[in-house]
Write a protein that binds this ligand. Structure first.
Ligand code: ADP
Length: 505
């Protein structure tokens, strides 16, 4: 074992047992065998070694899962349950996840390479909160009564109203960067609105979704309401997208795959929401409080090892403070301790896979070849783990791939600017529009940037803060629709209008 590999003996008994267990698909309230014979390996990215395996679900498995979800929806097992009953079951699910928090966090850290504090906060604790937040919505979903005149029927009286009804069967496809967190972002609003769901987690990180399915059964969610089919995107994912029994696709992942999914869904008039890639700018003005800005911007890019759809991967700094800000961030980058995520002194673990390591290093090499300067980092660590040093690139130009394309790794491209008009122009010069931040003490500048950034979320003096109650979505090639907050409820329901003809007695 090399020193950068996880020491799996430090895992708790339940976590170790779960890694060793035989995993099956969760369909119709039961764990069942897949039609596939060849399993999918689950890899520990610190060592490249297989730590578990799951079924490589196929179209036949997806078909069974969609039929189970369809039956649970059409038969009314979930949508016709009272809202308070759904709320109670969701609260039980949250309690169960909270009870097993350590186990979920450990499994997620081993599988995704992120430190325990990160998986605990973003995969487990936030998911517990989101289940509770969405459980609260279950009893608050309603239409409106609308005064209707119907002027072309003189003397007639009508009572008009709207009903907000569950959309049906949700096909959810999630990425590997925050595996359980993303799964719960899909499952919680589906449950709150009375929808049923088939979840296809990312092939790299399928374990916590399957473990969560055990809690679904334990919490008393009726069979078929939540189904989990593991497998690769081109097989299980594609089958879910095109299955006629699915009413809506909720996808989080890359822009290329999202675009294809949108096209396929539109052909069948399926609803879809897409949360896709980003190349989010962080703009630092000369009046910014640099004591807040320098560590804040470092977190903006390096949190989750840069494997974050709203990572602040492009930094724009006003001339007067450029040297100080960039050297401050570079200093933080070179001080970040890389190591196995299970070790208590590790600050950053490996990337998700060696494939991702190669992808990120290809970008760094392309930056070098196109004339960028590697101020710090730019190196992958020796050994079988997927470790890449936090990297800061300077002397970049807008045409470079490292400035235009999403790297999904700990790589920051820094540029200087003179006027705020130049800054906003450069910040918006991207096909993406997920997030953007401005760092300033001026309320006027902050408001001006909020209005002028082309982005789904704008942060002031912070970056990548998300909240359960605040809608999250992108513009341009970063996606369509929103997750979180009341918007998630709207995206899982449709409005029905009704008229009742009335006669006075
Ligand atoms: P990444 O590059 O982050 O892995 P992807 O967009 O490839 O992003 O993957 C995100 C999710 O989309 C994963 O669950 C993956 O299995 C799934 N996926 C990939 N290709 C397809 C596809 N053609 N159809 C449906 N799902 C897919």
């Amino acid at each position: 074992m090399h020193s950068l590999a996880n020491d799996l003996s430090s895992l708790s008994r339940p976590s170790r047992d779960y890694l060793k267990a035989r995993h099956r698909l969760f369909i119709g309230g039961r764990f069942v065998d897949s039609a596939a014979t060849k399993p999918l390996p689950v890899i520990d990215p610190t060592s490249g070694e297989q730590i578990s395996q799951v079924p490589a679900g196929e179209a036949e498995d997806v078909d069974r899962a969609v039929k189970a979800a369809r039956a649970a929806f059409d038969g009314g097992a979930w949508p016709k349950l009272s809202a308070t009953a759904r709320e109670r079951i969701m609260l039980r699910l949250a309690d169960l996840l909270e009870k097993h928090a350590d186990e979920f966090s450990q499994i997620e850290s081993v599988n995704s390479g992120r430190v325990l504090a990160a998986t605990r906060a973003f995969d487990v604790d936030l998911s517990v909160d989101y289940l509770r937040y969405m459980a609260g919505w279950a009893t608050k979903i309603h239409g409106e009564t609308i005064p209707a005149s119907v002027p072309y029927v003189p003397g007639a009286k009508f009572f008009a109203m709207t009903l907000r009804e569950p959309l049906g069967v949700i096909g959810a496809i999630t990425p590997w960067n925050v595996p359980l967190g993303q799964a719960i972002w899909k499952i919680a609003p589906a449950l709150a609105t009375g929808c049923t769901i088939v979840l296809k987690p990312a092939e790299q990180t399928p374990l916590t979704a399957l473990r969560f399915a055990e809690l679904v059964a334990e919490a008393g969610v009726p069979e078929g309401v939540v189904n989990v089919v593991t497998g690769i995107g081109e097989a299980a994912g594609a089958a879910l997208v095109t299955h006629p029994g699915v009413d809506k696709i909720s996808f989080t992942g890359s822009t290329d795959v999202g675009r294809r999914i949108g096209e396929l869904a539109a052909k069948q008039m399926k609803r879809f929401t897409l949360e896709l890639g980003g190349k989010s700018p962080m703009v630092v003005l000369e009046d910014a409080d640099l004591e807040v800005t320098i560590p804040g911007a470092a977190i903006g890019i390096f949190a989750n090892h840069g494997q974050n759809c709203c990572a602040g991967s492009r930094l724009f700094v006003q001339d007067n403070v450029y040297e100080e800000v960039v050297s401050g961030i570079a200093q933080i980058a070179s001080s970040i301790r890389l190591g196995p995520p299970l070790a208590s002194d590790t600050q950053m673990g490996p990337l998700i896979s060696n494939e991702q390591k190669r992808r990120v290093m290809d970008y760094v090499d392309s930056g070098r070849a196109e004339g960028a300067t590697v101020l710090v980092g730019g190196v992958a660590l020796e050994g079988p783990g997927a470790y890449v040093q936090p990297t800061v690139l300077t002397d970049v130009r807008p045409s470079m791939r490292v400035v235009q394309e999403e790297i999904f790794g700990p790589v920051l491209a820094a540029t200087r600017f003179g006027s705020v008009h130049d800054a906003v122009k450069m910040a918006n010069d991207t096909k993406f529009g997920l997030g953007a931040s401005v760092w300033t003490r001026s309320i006027d500048q902050a408001h001006w940037f909020i209005r002028n950034f082309n982005a789904g979320t704008v942060w002031v003096n912070t970056h990548t803060v998300l909240d359960l109650a605040v809608p999250f979505g992108g513009v341009k090639q970063s996606g369509m629709g929103h997750e979180l907050g009341e918007e998630a409820i709207k995206h899982h329901t449709h409005l029905k209008a009704a008229f009742i003809s009335l006669r006075d007695p």
